[in-house]
Design a protein around this ligand. Sequence first.
Ligand SMILES: [Mn+2]
Length: 408
Amino acid sequence: MNSEITMPRRGKLLDSLGENEAIVLFGASVGKLEKFKQENNFLYLTGLNIPDAIYFGFKSSKGNVEQLFIQRGIPEREVWEGKKMDVAAAAEISGIKAVKYLDEFEGILGSLCPMIQRIYANIGNMEFSRPLSYAMFRLMPVRERFPQIRIQEVSEIITPLRKVKSDWEIQQLQKAIDVTGKGIMDIWETARVGMYEYELEAMLFYRIQSSGLKHWGFTPIIAAGVNAATLHYDKNECQIEAGQLVLMDVGADNMNYSADITRCFPISGSFNERQKQVYSAVLKTNKEIISMIAPGVKLLDLHQRSREIIGEELVALGLLEDAADVGKYYMHGLGHFLGMDTHDLGGRDAVLEPGNVITVEPGIYIPEEKLGVRIEDDVLVTEEGYCVLSQNIPKEISEIEEILRARS
Ligand SMILES: [Mn+2]
């Protein structure tokens, strides 16, 4: 992610501010021996994958001001931590010309505060019962010295940008999805009765890293049998028994963009009659909802329609007498925005627009039958309607069984 990508984003965001409004974004920190994961809003705007940096943007009557604050390299620490990114490199990557050190942040911010009326920062959702976020903690002195400044969560103004993906962002997502799909195929070609769920996880992770991607997009779910009826099962530690249906809700990360795919398959090679019935009901819902996707459609209407279809299917499956009780076996939302966060900014009451990417993931969960089915695709909203980014990952019963039959 270079300055050609991030500069227009910052330009748009600063243009959306009122005069004398500012943005302060704190990058993520890293603990000892931890893998570093940048804060997504910070990364989206700067492209910088370094810990503890701060972005400052300010719209004044004289124009936009931007400043970046980074860690100062301490030579004695370098043998432990490696070289810190220097000012020139940070300026080059981000396109922000004024790069200073972190110890200068308070002084510079303080000198501008008399002019500032509002600061948008990544303070998170404030709740009385929770400790202050790091960003709010850092801004406390500002709040005390300059009570006229309103401090607000930045997602309000950054969500409209982040939920419309550029072509470059779609390409990153597409690669994450394609690699995830290959990993799912690897599993289908290799998995056997008696393997542990984590062995399947390892196959997929091998595919991710050997394809040049570094991380999972989120904690993978590999759930056999009754485990699939636990929505956020992520222990992945059970041995897979003959006849079980295995649910995999997985996604690779590419450049901090996350795929989010769910596929189910019968470990023994073919779906039994009941698995076929339930799977077909979910697949029908998945396909009908995808066909409804277009600009102007409300996410909530898609969810509502999925409840209607699944409700009818549950009655047909003999699980319910009244379709209105659908929540007993389908208890989650239809889907969510997808992007840098697996559950990306966008909101539940959104109206779809071109460039949005959403997941469509209806499911039916029947613990008493030790069975859970979810089928999840990643879908781009286009001017004409939609494009299923995960269309190359098979989901028809016949396709999956054919792949499983070819196992050597
Ligand atoms: Mn999802």
